[in-house]
Design a protein around this ligand. Structure first.
Ligand code: NAP
Length: 297
């Protein structure tokens, strides 16, 4: 039995960030402009604080300006809208990211739609979702963009492949399906009401799992030689009883990785697969936005 190639998202994203750093250098030389990414955090959610800090550090590491904005957990929706309005008009800001989730009293769609679509480096604005759906260039949501890079790196052309996307969220499943369609795959989207998921999986050359359930996709569901992209990030208790009693956890994906690696031809691990691609794609989108904004003026 041959084991699958493990798709190394950590190495791929590190190479991508090096390339972005070169792009930033060239961009500064050509246009005397430093791309700027504004990151807005509302409240003190510990996981969000860690994500935001990581994004800011990586932005600076590739030579871009990182602009940080922190609002109190009780900040009003209007305060946040006012800040976004200011950032929309600030020529030093080429990308705007509002860290999600937002506090409950703030309406997330209203906030996302207040961001200038040309600065929407998360790709969540309806205009960018619409551009992606009709197949015109857009700022693409970072996680699916990263999955596509890993797939193209592994398979080359995706033309004619049967692709199954499990999950239909607006941040992962739907844009992922649109990207696969744009790459000439035949795409099936599964969700919690899908019947015969196992059979659908057995027909897929490419499986993208974005469900949020640990080890949901079983090895027996996979077509031998399939390429498996595991987007899931699930925190589960460790097996060791003493460590478990101490509350220790580990991260696993949506795919039963160990068994699936015996059937697939290539598979992303969790951690170290899709996860590291997301921030790299955010930086990539920011350079892209800076290019678009400064060539339009
Ligand atoms: P989400 O919004 O909760 O969406 C989950 C999707 O899975 C939904 O469409 C849901 O279907 C579907 N689903 C749930 N149970 C199912 C079942 N039994 N059979 C088939 N489909 C089922 O989650 P998300 O934001 O897309 O995230 C998915 C996973 O990816 C999570 O583990 C998340 O932490 C991870 N993630 C990772 C990254 C990264 O950077 N690597 C980024 C984003 C998310 P319905 O629509 O019918 O409810």
């Amino acid at each position: 039995m041959t084991e699958a190639i493990i798709i190394d998202g950590k190495e791929f994203s590190s190479n991508l960030r090096n390339k972005i750093a070169e792009d930033v250098k060239a961009f500064k030389k050509e246009r005397s402009i430093v791309p700027g990414l504004a990151v807005v955090l509302v409240g003190e959610d510990p996981a969000s604080r860690i994500y935001v800090r990581k994004k800011e550090e990586m932005t600076t590491a590739v030579g871009m300006n990182s602009l940080s904005y922190r609002l109190d957990a009780n900040a009003s929706q209007q305060e946040l809208l006012d800040l976004i309005g200011t950032l929309n008009h600030d020529p030093a800001v080429h990308g705007i990211l509002v860290q999600l989730p937002l506090p409950k009293h703030i309406d997330t769609p209203t906030i996302l739609e207040a961001i200038d679509p040309d600065k929407d480096v998360d790709g969540f604005h309806v205009v960018n979702a619409g551009r992606l759906a009709i197949g015109t260039p857009s700022l693409v949501p970072c996680t699916p963009a990263g999955c596509m890079m890993l797939l193209e790196h592994t398979l080359g052309s995706l033309k004619g492949k049967n692709a199954l996307v499990i999950g239909r969220s607006t941040i992962v499943g739907r844009p992922m399906a649109q990207l696969l369609l744009a790459a000439d795959c035949t795409v099936t989207i599964a969700h919690r009401h899908t019947k015969n998921l196992e059979e659908l999986c057995q027909q897929a050359d490419i499986v993208v799992a974005a469900v949020g359930i640990p080890h949901f996709v079983k090895a027996s569901w996979l077509k031998p030689g399939a390429v498996v992209i595991d987007v899931g990030i699930n925190r589960v208790p460790v097996e060791d009883e003493t460590a478990k009693a101490a509350g220790k956890t580990r991260i696993v994906g949506d795919v039963d990785f160990v068994e699936a690696a015996k059937v697939a031809s290539a598979i992303t691990p969790v951690p170290g697969g899709v996860g590291p691609m997301t921030i790299a794609c955010l930086l990539n989108n920011t350079v892209q936005a800076a290019r678009n904004l400064t060539s339009a003026s």
